[in-house]
Ligand binder design. Structure first.
Ligand code: ADP
Ligand code: RBF
Ligand code: MG
Length: 155
């Protein structure tokens, strides 16, 4: 995929409202505008990368791009699960991400438990792949560093 790594950001909007309730895995949803901007050579599927809320720390993430075939959504979505425990929700804040690599296509499953198990294995896969030197470098990309902080540090 020529467009990877792919950097993007947008405010966190309300999604379908079932992430935490049914799966126990919360996903921050991007607005339609961000979804529509995705380059054509990034197909639907499950990806991993780095994510940062507002000017906060950069964390590992996994994300789903597509129509969630298990739920037969009619709208394409980009949903990021940040591999970190937050104290509070962050709806309305700006989420910055870099999509680094592809894990698998989206699938439908026979049960919700199989979907949950698949997502947990995606999280493990992402956690270990992001340890590579090439991927670690992207965590420190200036995309995640606000300009004012760069100036304060005297760079
Ligand atoms: P929605 O359907 O509105 O997206 P979710 O159940 O998927 O609802 O929850 C997503 C919200 O949970 C995010 O918008 C964010 O405010 C919050 N949240 C808390 N922790 C996380 C996390 N680790 N990753 C993603 N979102 C999180
Ligand atoms: N939905 C699917 O229908 N099929 C999938 O294979 C699938 N994989 C996912 C993998 C990850 C890492 C994440 C974060 C979500 C995935 N989802 C998948 C989306 C899931 O159905 C969605 O986050 C919830 O329905 C909440 O909107
Ligand atoms: Mg969500």
């Amino acid at each position: 995929m020529k467009s990877l790594p792919y950097f993007c950001r947008g405010e966190v909007v309300k999604g379908f409202g079932r992430g935490s309730k049914e799966l126990g895995i919360r996903t921050a949803n991007f607005p339609d505008r961000v979804v529509e901007h995705l380059p054509a050579d990034i197909p639907t599927g499950i990806y991993y990368g780095w994510a940062c809320v507002g000017h906060g720390e950069v964390h590992k993430m996994v994300m789903s791009i597509g129509w969630n075939p298990f739920y037969k959504n009619e709208k394409k979505s980009m949903e990021t699960h940040i591999i970190h425990t937050f104290k509070e929700d962050f709806y309305g804040e700006v989420l910055s991400i870099v999509i680094v690599g592809y894990i698998r296509p989206e699938k439908s499953f026979n049960s919700i438990d199989e979907l949950i198990a698949a997502i947990h294995s995606d999280i493990e896969e992402a956690t270990s792949r992001l340890e590579s030197d090439d991927h670690r470098k992207l965590k420190d990309d200036s995309f995640f560093t606000p300009l004012d902080r760069t100036i304060m540090n005297g760079h």
